[in-house]
Design a protein around this ligand. Structure first.
Ligand code: ZN
Length: 325
C-alpha cells in the first residue's frame, strides 16, 4: 500500500480565496445538530488540520493568508524559531476536555505543531500522521526524546538525522516530521485507519483534506455505510459530498459553543512538553547515577578482590615461612 504523503488536490488561485461563513442563526442550528450527532455516537473520532492552529499564531498553507507564497514560507521559518511561544488554541484545549470525558474516543491530526501533545492528549489516544516538531527518536533503540526546540535541522527530503545521539545507547537520533513523498509512520497510520473504520462519527476540524493518504481516512466509514462525517472548515473540500453536516465558522467559535452546550470548561493550560522533558531528564539522571554507583561498586569490588588476593598471598607467604621454620 502506498502510504507516502502527497498533495492530492493542489489549490487553484480562486479556491485559495474562497472562504465561507455561516450566519449566526445557521451556525447555532448546525451546532445543535453537531451536538446531537456527537451524543448519538458510540465511537466518535476527531480529525484535525492546520485550521485549528491558526488562532495559536501558526499560519496554515491553504487559507487566504496561508503559506502558498515563498514570502509567507520564509515568515513561517522565522516564526518557527520561536515556535515554543505558540500555545494551544481553545479548540486544542476543548478537544482535550471532550477526550477526558470520553465524548471523543480517538484523535487523528495532520498537524506537526505538537499542540495536541502539549495540551495533554495522551499518545495512545492519538495518531500524529505527519509527525511532531518537538520529538526526535533513536534509530537504534527507538527511545523518544522531547525538545523545547524544533528537532528538524536537515534541509533535504528523506534526510532526518539531527546530529544528536541517544542518551541510552548512543544511537543516531532522527526528527519525526514527514515531508511530501515520504512515508507516514506505519503504526500511527494503522491506528488512525482502524479508528476511522470503527467510527460511527468522524468530525474533520480545520482541514481541507488535500494531503493523501490522510485525506482518505475520515470518509472511510461513511463510504462503507457505517458512519457519519462532519466537516468544520471555512473552505470547500473534495470530501464535502460525504458529509452529513458542513459547518462554516472559525474553529474556536465552534468550540466555544460546543463546550457551552456540553457544560464543559477548559482547564488552565499546563505545557505537557515541559513534563515530558522533566521526566526524560530525571530518567537520564537516574541512569547516570546507577552507572556511577555500578562503576563505584565495580571499583570497590576490584579493590576488595585485590586486597583479598594480597591477604591470601600474605598468609601463604607466612605459612611458607612457618613451614620453613
Ligand atoms: Zn537509543
Amino acid at each position: 500500500m502506498e502510504i507516502k504523503m502527497k498533495n492530492e488536490f493542489p489549490l487553484t488561485k480562486e479556491e485559495e480565496l474562497d472562504e465561507f461563513y455561516d450566519d449566526e442563526e445557521t451556525l447555532n442550528e448546525k451546532i445543535q445538530k453537531l451536538i446531537q450527532l456527537i451524543k448519538e455516537s458510540k465511537h466518535c473520532v476527531f480529525f484535525t488540520g492546520a485550521g485549528i492552529s491558526i488562532s495559536s499564531g501558526i499560519p496554515d498553507l491553504m487559507s487566504p493568508n496561508g503559506l502558498l507564497g515563498s514570502r509567507r514560507k520564509r515568515e513561517l521559518r522565522l516564526k518557527e524559531k520561536e515556535f515554543w511561544k505558540w500555545k494551544p488554541s481553545l479548540t486544542h484545549l476543548g478537544i482535550l476536555e471532550l477526550m477526558k470525558k470520553k465524548i471523543v474516543k480517538y484523535l487523528i491530526t495532520i498537524n506537526l505543531d505538537a499542540l495536541h501533545m502539549r495540551s495533554g492528549v495522551p499518545f495512545n489516544k492519538m495518531s500524529e500522521l505527519h509527525g511532531n516538531t518537538n520529538m526526535e527518536y533513536c534509530t537504534k533503540c527507538g527511545t523518544k526524546f522531547f525538545r523545547l526546540f524544533k528537532t528538524r535541522n536537515a534541509l533535504k527530503k528523506n534526510l532526518h538525522l539531527t546530529g544528536r545521539k541517544c542518551d541510552y545507547c548512543g544511537g543516531d537520533l532522527m526528527d519525526s516530521t514527514i515531508n511530501y513523498d515520504e512515508k507516514l509512520p506505519e503504526e500511527a497510520y494503522r491506528l488512525a485507519e482502524e479508528n476511522c473504520e470503527k467510527a460511527d462519527l468522524v468530525v474533520v476540524w480545520g482541514s481541507s483534506l488535500r494531503i493523501s493518504p490522510a485525506n482518505s481516512l475520515p470518509s472511510k466509514s461513511v463510504e462503507k455505510g457505517n458512519g457519519k462525517l462532519v466537516m468544520i472548515n471555512l473552505q470547500k473540500t473534495h470530501k464535502d459530498k460525504y458529509a452529513s453536516l458542513l459547518v462554516r465558522a472559525k474553529s474556536d467559535d465552534v468550540m466555544k459553543r460546543l463546550l457551552k452546550e456540553f457544560g464543559l470548561e477548559v482547564d488552565i493550560w499546563r505545557d505537557k512538553l515541559i513534563d515530558f522533558i522533566l521526566e526524560q531528564n530525571e530518567k537520564k539522571e537516574k541512569k547516570e547515577n546507577k552507572e556511577n554507583k555500578e562503576s563505584k561498586e565495580n571499583k570497590e569490588n576490584k579493590e576488595n578482590k585485590e586486597n583479598l588476593e594480597l591477604r591470601i598471598s600474605d598468609s601463604s607467604d607466612s605459612s611458607d615461612s612457618s613451614d620453613s621454620n
